[in-house]
Design a protein around this ligand. Sequence first.
Ligand code: NDP
Length: 250
Amino acid sequence: MENEGRQNPWALVTGGGRGIGRAICLELASAGYFIVVNYRSNDEACEQTLSMVRQNGGDGEALRLDVTDRKECLDSLPSLFKRLGAPSVLVNNAGITADGLFPLMSPDAWDSVLDISLKGFFNVTKPTIKAMMRKRAGSVVIMSSASGLVGNKGQVNYSAAKAGLIGATRSLAAEVARLGIRVNAVAPGLINTDMTRQLAKNMGPEMVKQMIPMNRFGEPEEVARVVRFLCSDDASYISGQIIGVNGGMV
Ligand code: NDP
């Protein structure tokens, strides 16, 4: 059943509609992958990602799917794999923040952030890894965060979720290495996207200087290039690693 559909390799990017995910879609498309762009609800942003992919000579399709919804994932991912074969690349990128000091944090702010990062990781990665195992090849990249490495005030939920992904990366990498599948994580610092737009407005240049040795936010493309490297044969002996992309912050 595997590889029924596509001759050229394809990549599944969760949260590919905007921000870092969009840059990853463009970068992987330029490396020759057909891109399945997953997103939750912003149809317009996803369409824009796909048209940018096509303008650059690539191709792809949209997958509107809430990664926290187990039933939805089980309904749609196996049929996607049946149609396209196992993906060569999975990028677990979907994520949200719901910041606030811990004593004031609502249960919903805790649950929603952990659900997208950890439940979402399980719901998408488990069926994907099983498909990759049958092919005995594949590369998984997980979007963690500097916050998961060093912690951050107001982000107890987000740090817990992103640190959890680091543990998952290392354990899964050890499980599947002998099957030809590599699993790595990227831990960005502060990157210019919708997620950080307000923060960027609030932080004056002095605060940016204090926090980030390179004195600036990163760009989504600077993360995407690392993801592309991790998915490529140039990274053939790299697995179970957490790569910081943070302007020297951590
Ligand atoms: P954005 O908010 O710009 O984009 C988030 C993307 O995730 C959107 O495409 C959104 O879909 C999608 N998404 C959100 N929830 C779900 C869901 N339940 N199911 C499927 N898709 C979903 O985020 P960034 O690009 O800034 O962040 C991308 C990743 O990088 C996240 O995991 C984030 O935690 C991580 N990161 C970001 C940093 C930063 O400074 N920006 C720093 C460190 C890590 P839709 O468009 O439909 O809403």
